[in-house]
Design a protein around this ligand. Structure first.
Ligand code: A2P
Length: 324
């Protein structure tokens, strides 16, 4: 059975194989493995078939165990019934480290292939253990051509069905497309009514790259920056008029942009709510109101970098470019 066929979650075709349009995100500050596993099992019962992780989140192991448990419980027939996305970290963003990085992720997941493997950021950090925030003095120039060749090799070896990128601007994609023999299937980026990414969306549509939205509800940085989605008066007004939640309006808006969604909830009611978005739509007037929401990017390189230390030769201006 193809991932997603037993559920009401629609599929998107990535060059020959299907990706359920909504993925369950597994990033959480203070990650709790047992809580995450219980939520993943619950999500499978609800109908989720796409799960998003990254080596940096520390959630690959819990995800792999939850999928194995779901097979044991008979909730799914086999690992082939789910779509798994993971990402390599900046410390592995070196041509000679990509193959061992994907093997580490597969070993964490206890799986023999991925559905989608992404370059997490177009940033290269000195090889070593994952540390966050990024140390400025450890940032190195990125050999994107060499790294992408290694990503292509992972796909050719059957270690992943598709490859893609995350946090790439149009400039970075333009650079990548100059030499890619396998173009990226997906670009996973911050996208929601508070950061609409219209220019990037147009570019990716033209190039046949699927955008997947992370932080679709504004993300989990509200202790630093107030959440512009869940506190939006514009979205609240639309939600009240339609008898939906603000979260559902945001998710439906993303869907109507033609994008995929990675939404994280480890709460049963919200897991259900977040996939009840397929049998209604937003009107033209509602789209116009959403277009007027002030725009602000939350996840910037400045947020990811430690405050001390100095950046030497690397320029991040083409990563943080404002593209609304
Ligand atoms: P929780 O796991 O307690 O539901 P994003 O996907 O944009 O990163 O946002 C995820 C955050 O939003 C999480 O903190 C999650 O917490 C919360 N969340 C997920 N679904 C909903 C919802 N339907 N309504 C309100 N908050 C939600």
């Amino acid at each position: 059975m193809a991932p997603g066929t037993s559920t009401n979650i629609p599929l998107k075709t990535l060059k020959g194989h299907d990706m359920p349009v909504v993925a369950l995100g597994t990033f959480e500050f203070s990650f709790d493995s047992d809580k995450a596993k219980a939520a993943i099992i619950e999500a499978i019962k609800i109908g989720y078939r796409h799960f998003d992780t990254a080596v940096q989140y520390g959630s690959e192991g819990a995800l792999g165990e939850a999928i194995a448990e779901a097979v044991r419980l008979g909730l799914i027939g086999s690992r082939a019934d789910v779509f798994i996305t993971t990402k390599q970290w900046c410390t592995d963003n070196h041509p000679d480290r990509v193959l061992s990085a994907i093997k580490t992720s597969l070993s964490n997941l206890k799986m023999d292939y991925l559905d989608l493997y992404l370059i997490h950021w177009p940033i290269s950090i000195k090889p070593g253990p994952i540390s966050y925030p990024l140390k400025r003095e450890e940032v190195m120039p990125l050999d994107l051509k060499g790294v992408w060749e290694a990503m292509e090799e992972c796909q050719k070896l059957g270690l992943t069905r598709s490859i893609g990128v995350s946090n790439f601007t149009t400039k970075k994609l333009e650079e990548l497309l100059q030499f890619a023999t396998i173009p990226p299937a997906v670009n996973q980026v911050e996208m929601n009514p508070g950061w609409q990414q219209q220019k990037l969306k147009e570019y990716c549509t033209k190039k046949g790259i699927t955008i997947t939205a992370y932080s679709p509800l504004g993300g989990q940085m509200n202790f630093i920056i107030p959440n512009a989605v869940l506190t939006s008066h514009v979205l609240k007004e639309i939600a009240d008029a339609k008898g939906k939640s603000v979260a559902q309006i945001s998710l439906r808006w993303i869907l109507e942009q033609g994008a995929g969604i990675v939404v994280k909830s480890f709460n049963k009611e919200r897991l259900i709510q977040n996939v009840e978005i397929f049998d209604w739509e937003l009107t033209k007037e509602e789209h116009a109101k959403i277009s007027s929401i002030p725009q602000k990017k939350v996840i910037t390189t400045e947020i990811m970098l430690a405050s001390e230390g100095s950046l030497s030769s690397v320029d991040f201006s083409d990563i943080d470019t404002v593209e609304t």
